[in-house]
Design a protein around this ligand. Structure first.
Ligand code: AMO
Length: 420
């Protein structure tokens, strides 16, 4: 590297002085640079300014970039001038300490917490993942659409809705794009949306947010095998892109083993129940898995796996019931494996016969009148179809080996967190 004049901006991480030399660790938006100030080579004014610099001061440095054997990036900046653009109070949380602040403190000062290299690494990976989803699905012929967030009816169960006042009427924040993506499939054949989803669940667990982002995918004339293959390839494509674009971030996060999976597994609901019973859980056919059961289950797997059928009684109305065995419905859950595994997605084949749909709604205690337009649209030549909804935070929680899903949300929303 030949000498190069540079102008950089960043936050002061630390200033270490050793006699006639001072090292400023400067966090730029992309890196941590070292600015080396030599008393004998700079003006008196600059040398005394260095003494005044505090943590998180935002400064401009103009100087020469030279090679360095000791600096982390193998380079350092010898400044000609330093300008303080914005001073900082002493930060209330240690942005660089080996021991992280406690989570409630981190959340309280989340606007500072997100400056930490580890946190930034997570969100650079998330950005790559979002792009990868779009790239992959577009290559597969899907069109990206956006659907309403303000809606009139529940899609995923009534109790989990956030009500809002809409010009004096009651409306809700969308739990998913379910009904709308289904409507669009009849027009476009292959559709997807990436949208926020809201669930008023009082679940204080490692995998629940009240606001999360869902990759909603729907395709006409698809099969369960197609849906499983598509999701498996989508996940692998995301991982390939992360490996390509986020090498530095993975290093910061301490993730040295990440690669696309060679295959996926399929395990039937009945086998899952047997397995959990063998593990001592008090669970019977017809039950959904609780948090502890899910955790025990995913730990048994080293690759992503699908559960391709569920009892109809615990399956939403829009899934197709198995004609041969009406106790079961064509719902497919995709599960992330291992210690950090969680349910990544739900999906399956949909019912497109309005009479059968109405019957299902009644069976599940829903009011068909609330779904008038949805039921009606199936009277107009509707293609068989299926799809899935994948939680982006859940997927990244597993990939990035994070104990808490909240880490993947810039400003997480939970029953306890509404600020900042
Ligand atoms: P479901 O309700 O299973 O299905 O949600 C789909 C996926 O969204 C993610 N997810 C969540 N992530 C974080 N916090 C939550 N509280 C939360 N709830 C759900 C999970 C889950 O697998 N309409 C269907 C999907 C479909 O059939 O297309 C649906 O919403 O990753």
């Amino acid at each position: 590297m030949s000498q190069q004049e540079v102008k950089i901006y960043g936050h002061v991480v630390t200033v270490r002085r050793k006699g006639k030399i001072a090292f400023i660790a400067l966090r730029t938006f992309d890196n941590e640079e070292q600015v080396t100030v030599k008393k004998n080579e700079v003006s008196e004014e600059l040398w005394s300014l260095v003494k005044e610099l505090g943590r998180e001061y935002f400064i401009e440095v103009i100087g020469t970039l030279v090679k360095s054997k000791i600096a982390k990036l193998g380079r350092e900046i010898l400044p000609k001038s330093i300008r303080v653009i914005s001073k900082s109070e002493p930060p209330p949380i240690d942005l660089y300490g080996k021991i992280e602040a406690e989570w409630p403190t981190r959340i309280r000062f989340r606007y500072l917490d997100i400056r930490r290299p580890k946190v930034k690494a997570i969100f650079r990976v998330r950005s790559t993942a979002m792009n990868a989803v779009r790239e992959f699905l577009k290559k597969k012929g899907f069109i990206e659409l956006t659907f309403p967030i303000i809606i009139a009816t529940a899609t995923e169960g009534g109790a989990e809705l956030f009500p809002i006042i809409y010009f004096g009427k009651e409306a809700f924040l969308a739990q998913s794009s379910q009904l709308y993506k289904q409507s669009a499939v009849a027009a476009f054949g292959k559709v997807f949306s990436i949208a926020p989803s809201f669930r008023a669940e009082k679940s204080r667990t490692r995998k629940h947010l009240t606001e999360f982002w869902q990759i909603d995918v729907e395709a006409a004339l698809t099969s369960k095998k197609d849906l499983m293959d598509l999701q498996f390839r989508l996940v692998n494509y995301i991982i390939e892109k992360i490996l390509e674009e986020n090498e530095k971030d993975l290093k910061i996060l301490g993730i040295d083993k990440l690669e696309p999976w060679d295959y996926y597994e399929v395990i039937n609901y009945d086998e899952v129940i047997d397995l959990l019973r063998r593990k001592g859980f008090d669970i019977k056919w017809g039950d959904d898995f609780g948090a502890d059961e899910e955790r025990a289950l995913v730990k048994e797997f080293e690759v992503p796996f699908f559960i391709p059928q569920f009892p109809s009684s615990i399956t939403a109305f829009y899934y197709m019931v198995d004609e041969k065995d009406p106790r079961k419905a064509h719902r497919i859950d995709m599960m992330g494996p291992g210690e950090y595994g969680v349910e990544w997605s739900s999906g399956g084949l949909r019912e497109h016969n309005p009479k059968r749909l109405k019957k299902r709604m009644l069976e599940l205690g829903l009011k068909p009148e609330s779904f008038e337009w949805y039921l009606d649209m199936f009277n107009y030549g509707f293609p068989p179809h299926g799809g899935f909804g994948m939680g982006i935070e859940r997927l990244l929680q597993t990939i990035l080996r994070l104990e808490r899903i909240h880490e993947v949300s810039l400003y997480p929303r939970t029953p306890d967190i509404l600020k900042p």
